[in-house]
Design a protein around this ligand. Structure first.
Ligand SMILES: Nc1ncnc2c1ncn2[C@@H]1O[C@H](COP(=O)(O)OP(=O)(O)OP(=O)(O)O)[C@@H](O)[C@H]1O
Length: 216
């Protein structure tokens, strides 16, 4: 599914090498955690997988094709600031349907799929026409997860998604990810500083350190 082959990355000729000759395979349906201290390059590696930036050397193959900006949408990103990834002026249904717009579906079908996806993340119909400021942090994060999954992407990068939530909300969100993994046959990369969350949600844990990746 995802195959990184000898990937080396630096932001520019003057900046240091951040990732050195990395190789990594993520199988379909697997949940992989990526640990690493701040600045180790976790977000950079995620952006490479999402095709937002290109490796300096090496290749990233997603479902048999080289990851490029054109493959945007093959992978989806959920990050730690749901407020900033949702447009405050748009209703929840308008935000969640966004990835469906390019699929040429009717409005009725889009709303049907959004309603179903919201139910899968534990939000009932009453959320459809609310706006972001009317939701809690945990609910907003569920909306972002729904938006990432609604168009059935090949994989999802979850970048520090439970970082800013209280313990109870964090546990329910982690349980939701475990459920979704089975119900939606999700493949995800769970980027975190938190070893406990990584162990709870993922089968495989890697650590990124000094530009290299190691199985934990
Ligand atoms: N666009 C950029 N141009 C140049 N350097 C960058 C750019 N983005 C990030 N960096 C640098 O690359 C390094 C790795 O950053 P990255 O955001 O990937 O780390 P991280 O492991 O995700 O950190 P954190 O856990 O704090 O989010 C940092 O030293 C950062 O300053």
């Amino acid at each position: 599914m995802i195959n990184m082959q000898n990937v080396t990355f630096r932001y520019s000729k003057r900046s240091p090498i951040l990732l050195k000759d990395l190789s990594l395979t993520i199988e379909q349906g697997s949940s992989v955690a990526l640990l690493g201290r701040s600045g180790s390059g976790k977000t950079t590696l995620s952006r490479l997988l999402l095709g937002l930036i290109k490796p300096t050397e090496g290749n990233i193959i997603i479902k048999g094709e080289v990851a490029t900006k054109a493959s945007k949408g093959v992978g989806q990103l959920v990050h730690q600031y749901p407020e900033s990834s949702l447009n405050s002026k748009r209703s929840i249904v308008e935000s969640v349907e966004e990835p469906l717009l390019r699929l040429g579906l009717s409005r009725i079908e889009r709303v049907r799929q959004v309603r179903e996806m919201l139910l899968d993340v534990g939000l009932d119909e009453s959320f459809l026409y609310r706006h972001p400021h009317q939701l809690s942090g945990g609910q907003l994060q569920r909306v972002c997860i729904a938006r990432a999954l609604v168009a059935k992407p090949a994989f999802v990068v979850l970048d520090e998604v439970v970082n800013r939530l209280d313990v109870q909300t964090k546990v329910t969100l982690l349980d939701l990810l475990r459920e979704l993994r089975h119900s939606h046959q999700l493949t995800y990369l769970f980027v975190t500083h938190d070893v406990t969350s990584a162990k709870y949600t993922c089968d495989t844990i890697y650590k990124l350190e000094n530009g290299a990746i190691q199985l934990q």
